[in-house]
Design a protein around this ligand. Structure first.
Ligand SMILES: Nc1ncnc2c1ncn2[C@@H]1O[C@H](COP(=O)(O)OP(=O)(O)OP(=O)(O)O)[C@@H](O)[C@H]1O
Length: 594
């Protein structure tokens, strides 16, 4: 079977899994709604019997029997109503438990592809929207809709003219429901987009809290938020105006209908075509026939929101199912090869890095230098699998990164981003990447390799120090050093460090140099991005990346010149860039050999 076919089958299976039991539960609720609708005729039958039988005969026992029967049936109706809402709520909770992990998986993946965190978190809210809807009156109205003919038939049986009047009312209310759908559909989409836009600004403001305070920017960013919020409110108001107006119109129509049925009933009674009880019975039954449409119009906003959210969740599930889980490949031990790699930004498709080729062998350390915006972090993103290359391949021991199982690949790679934001948890949890049943020695070994063990044990709670959101309980340098320990945890084969010394003091820089040497000594590969030359002390190879190209790559001495005899770390060049000895032009396919 081809990969596309396999993925299509997997998507179908995932969708079937997601909707497993939906048909059975749907059928059960449909039938239950039928029973409830039939029981809802109790009031009408009661009226009919009381007027025509009990009052006619003047029999108290008949009246008592009828009343007792009606009360019993009302109780049954109540029990079935409770049962229906409980089934809906439990079904919502089951759906939530099934989808929430997948929605969260997508939410944490989305920012990698240029989506804002508020857009990403929206996926989590989609689950809440669907679950909330299932617990509301919306689905009750939808399940009652197909049973409206029961009441229509009842009214028709009382008198065809009353049936025709009720049918006319149903048609008018259905037209109103369709009009609500047409008028609010586009607005609902725009309102959703305006919420995301407003939340994106709110999210960005909250993230920059310190900068805003220090530079007195609060008033201006609040104004930006207020403008976005005003857009949202205007759309929200328009949507509510439409659904509110049409909702009120449908209520008025229902009341007119109820009176019209009474009036027509009275007319027919005067004409001697209808009994007194039938007037009330017809009025109650016709009101009940129109109630589901009225309720559907009233809940239309939620219906649209739940439908849209469910559509997005279905996409999420099928997309994730289309991804094949690769076989777990053995830990790489030999080499990293970058073969004619071109990288484009996932959101815009702009090419950021073109045709990069090099090979590193076990025990090698590559320093990547170049001006700001040249494409160094972009290289890091493809080396670590954060972004897929547009063309070319990154291979570890010959296997493309895409062939590795994501979790296994993560354990073969150590990555330290430019801005180290640690996670809410303890230092130990952060270093071991939240691994379950971890060997404490492995945590200490990683901290020791990063030269941060002493710093940690000097803290009052040592490895159990809680870091708070984004690790704000630590200084920038401390975060960077713990980030290095996290990158070194489990002795990964490939260690990629993006400007690992930007916040380090001399002690931290020395520890970094030792850590890099440690990785190469145990047969690992290090790629280190550096603006400050001290990070290059223990690398043997240098690549220069500028304007999205690799303009030079080769042995460190050839690119930077021989190391000055008296200094351990090369002195910074005037531009704060390592001085490059050779002109910035080299064969793109230059291979670094050991
Ligand atoms: N997600 C993205 N979408 C679009 N363009 C991007 C994205 N990320 C980076 N870029 C662009 O790609 C180019 C290279 O960025 P990159 O972060 O790789 O540079 P860099 O060499 O690491 O810079 P610095 O040394 O300042 O960190 C820049 O022009 C940047 O604007």
């Amino acid at each position: 079977m081809t990969t596309t076919k396999t993925q299509a089958v997997a998507r179908k299976k995932a969708l079937a899994e997601l909707t497993r039991g939906v048909h059975a539960i749907g059928l059960f609720l449909f039938l239950l709604s039928g029973v409830i609708s039939i029981l809802a005729l109790t009031g009408s039958f009661y009226m009919l019997q009381v007027y025509d039988r009990a009052l006619g005969s003047g029999s108290i026992p008949t009246l008592l029997t009828l009343s007792g029967l009606a009360i019993g049936l009302y109780f049954f109706q109540g029990i079935f109503d409770v049962l229906r809402s409980q089934v809906l709520v439990r079904f919502g909770a089951r759906l939530d438990a099934r989808i929430a992990p997948m929605a969260h998986q997508v939410a944490i993946d989305m920012p990698r592809f240029g989506f804002s965190t508020s857009e990403a978190l929206e996926r989590g809210r989609d689950v809440d929207t669907v679950r909330g809807f299932l617990g509301s009156q919306g689905p009750v109205a939808l399940f009652d809709l197909p049973w409206m003919p029961v009441f229509l038939v009842f009214v028709y049986a009382l008198h065809p003219l009353l049936g025709a009047l009720t049918l006319g009312g149903m048609v008018m209310l259905t037209c109103l429901a369709l009009l609500t759908e047409v008028l609010t559909r586009r607005l609902a989409k725009e309102t959703h987009e305006s919420v995301i836009n407003r939340n994106r600004i709110a999210d960005s403001n909250a993230r920059n809290s310190e900068v805003l305070r220090a530079m007195g920017m609060s008033r201006r960013v609040i104004a930006r938020f207020t403008a976005a919020n005003a857009d949202h409110l205007s759309l929200h108001t328009r949507t509510n105006d439409i659904s509110g107006t049409l909702g009120a119109l449908s209520k008025v129509l229902r009341m007119i209908m109820q009176s019209a049925v009474l009036g027509l009933g009275a007319f027919l009674t005067i004409q001697g075509e209808l009994s007194g009880g039938a007037i009330i019975a017809a009025s109650v039954a016709s009101a009940r026939a129109l109630a589901p449409i009225d309720m559907a119009i009233g809940n239309w906003k939620q219906v649209v929101a739940a439908r849209t959210a469910y559509g997005r969740l279905k996409d999420t599930v099928t997309t994730l199912a289309g991804m094949t889980t690769p076989l777990r490949l053995p830990r790489p031990t030999q080499q990293l090869s970058v073969e004619s790699v071109t990288v484009a930004a996932p959101d815009t498709g702009t090419v950021l890095l073109g045709d990069i080729t090099f090979t590193l062998h076990a025990g090698q350390a590559l320093g990547v230098i170049g001006p700001s915006g040249g494409g160094k972090t972009t290289l890091v993103r493809v080396l670590t699998g954060i972004w897929d290359p547009l063309r070319g391949a990154i291979r570890l021991d010959g296997a493309n990164l895409a062939q590795y199982d994501e979790e296994a690949l993560g354990s073969y790679i150590g990555y330290m981003p430019q801005d180290v934001a640690l996670m809410d948890g303890t230092i130990a949890e952060n270093i071991c990447r939240f691994t379950d049943n971890v060997d404490p020695d492995a945590i200490v070994a990683a901290a020791t390799a990063a030269g941060v063990h002493q710093m940690i044990v000097r803290m009052p709670d040592g490895y159990n120090t809680r870091l708070g959101a984004a690790g704000h309980a630590l200084s920038g340098g401390q975060r960077q050093r713990i980030g290095l320990a996290r990158a070194l945890f489990g002795d990964p084969f490939l260690v990629v460090l993006d400007e690992p010394n930007s916040n380090l003091d001399s002690e931290g820089e020395a520890a970094l140099t030792t850590a890099i040497s440690g990785v190469t000594a145990r047969g690992g590969i290090v790629v280190v991005i550096a603006h400050r030359p001290s990070a290059l002390a223990s690398v043997d190879t240098i690549a220069v990346i500028q304007s999205g190209k690799s303009t030079a790559i080769g042995r460190k001495e050839d690119i930077l010149g021989p190391k000055p005899a008296a200094t351990v770390h090369p002195a910074p060049a005037p531009s704060d860039q390592p001085a490059i000895k050779r002109p910035l032009r080299l064969d793109q396919s230059a291979r670094v050999t050991t």
